[in-house]
Design a protein around this ligand. Structure first.
Ligand SMILES: [Zn+2]
Ligand SMILES: [Zn+2]
Length: 403
């Protein structure tokens, strides 16, 4: 893939950079959000702050979308595209174990994924862009609730996000420890895996443990299933593709009744893939193996595959646009175009599977004390704020044909 350098047609980077006073204000805001973390769909305080901030910038604000979601809309001249930028607002149900001035004030709640930083950066970008009068098109600043497994993106979609707002392209950004501050990774293709749950229940006929021939043993079937399950990836998936299938829970019988073969055994697990085709294949193959094992044992199998989150797969055209913005904002030497995908998930995928989208990684610097995402010592790096804002403002300026 070739990327067009925008250096020659871009204004000086400093023209798109927030001034130090504005950065200090946003750092204070970010730390205030960090000190007051809220779980998914409970972001009442956070979304009120976001709503007020956007309104004071002069944007059209619609709150309460999908629960606590907020969208601020900036309209430029007619004729340009309509794009959306996403920040997530929620925290995690875990204690903050680090001592720091802006430590969480709420027991058992923590911003351990840097969503406080995402929110502050997108607000900073909104304020910078609201001051401009050279944009052609529309930008929607989307503040999403409940990214951490509670279905905030889906809730916004079900509340009419795509009917209420024209969105041609959707962009998401996440901080990444290990990438130096001032650098970004913008990579085509798969970024994050799908994340789905599956359940199998083998229904046999319970009997006396000493007389197995009088029943149909579901435990033996479960043992065969767990070993055969490994072939779903090793034999049933294209070796060039990546997939994960794990059994993570199993339940049957009673340790107080070790002379009883139970009627049923229940198994559950996770399935992950980086493409829609492999995801479909995993759903079919796990069920096929369960049915086959059940049939061989003369019992029944109930199978359910619960689709939770699609993979995040960057659209080629949107990736080129994001790359060009990163090149102009941070300089060629600071843009990484090859970076391994993660087996974590992000429900930004719900947005980017409806319209073309790109999801980019912003450097958060070295992992402090070895703390990565979802660790009790993790913190968003305030030094990254200005870089993230410059990326967002450059992307909008390029998309809305101001430069
Ligand atoms: Zn997270
Ligand atoms: Zn996150």
């Amino acid at each position: 893939m070739r990327f067009v350098s925008c250096r020659l047609m871009s204004p000086a980077v400093s023209d798109l950079s927030p001034d130090p006073g504005e950065i200090a204000t946003l750092v204070a805001l970010r730390r205030d959000l960090h000190a007051h973390p809220e779980l998914g769909f409970e972001e009442v305080r956070t979304s009120a702050i976001v709503k007020t901030f956007l309104a004071e910038c002069g944007l059209d604000v619609q709150a309460g979308i999908g629960g606590t979601g907020v969208v601020g809309t900036l309209r430029g001249r007619a004729g340009g595209p309509s794009i959306a930028l996403r920040a997530d607002m929620d925290a995690l149900a875990m204690p903050e174990t680090a001592e720091r001035p802006h430590r969480s004030t709420i027991p058992g709640r923590m911003h351990a994924c840097g969503h406080d930083g995402h929110t502050a950066m997108l607000l900073g970008a909104a304020r910078a862009l609201a001051r401009r009068n050279d944009l052609a098109g529309t930008v929607h600043f989307v503040f999403q609730p409940a990214e951490e497994g509670r279905g905030g993106a889906q809730a916004m979609v079900e509340d009419g996000l795509f009917e209420r707002f024209q969105i041609d392209r959707f962009y998401g950004l996440h901080n990444m420890p290990g990438i130096p501050v001032g650098r970004m990774a913008v990579v085509p293709g798969a970024q994050l895996a799908s994340s789905d749950r599956w359940h199998v229940t083998f229904r046999g006929v319970g009997t006396h443990g000493g007389k197995p021939h009088l029943g149909r043993d579901p435990i033996v079937a479960a043992g065969q299933f767990l070993t055969s399950l490994q072939t779903v990836v090793s034999r049933g998936t294209d070796p060039i593709q990546t997939a994960v299938v794990s059994a993570c829970a199993i339940q049957a019988g009673d340790f107080e009744a070790l002379n009883v073969i139970p009627d049923d055994i229940r198994i559950g697990g996770t399935a992950r893939a980086y493409s829609h085709a492999v995801r479909d294949r995993l759903e079919a193959e796990i069920g096929r193996v369960a049915d086959g094992i059940a049939s061989a044992n003369g019992i029944a199998a109930d199978y359910a595959f619960h689709r939770q989150m699609p993979p995040v797969v960057n659209d080629d055209d949107a990736t080129v646009r994001a790359t060009n913005a990163a090149l102009a904002a941070l300089g060629e030497e600071n843009v990484i175009t090859a970076f391994p995908p993660s087996t974590a998930g992000d429900d930004f995928a719900i947005f980017s599977s409806r319209v073309p989208g790109a999801y980019v990684w912003l450097g958060n610097g070295p992992a402090q004390d070895g703390a990565l995402h979802h660790n009790g010592h993790y913190d968003f790096n305030d030094d990254a704020l200005a870089h993230g804002i410059r990326f967002w403002t450059t992307l909008v300026a390029q998309e809305l044909r101001a430069i």
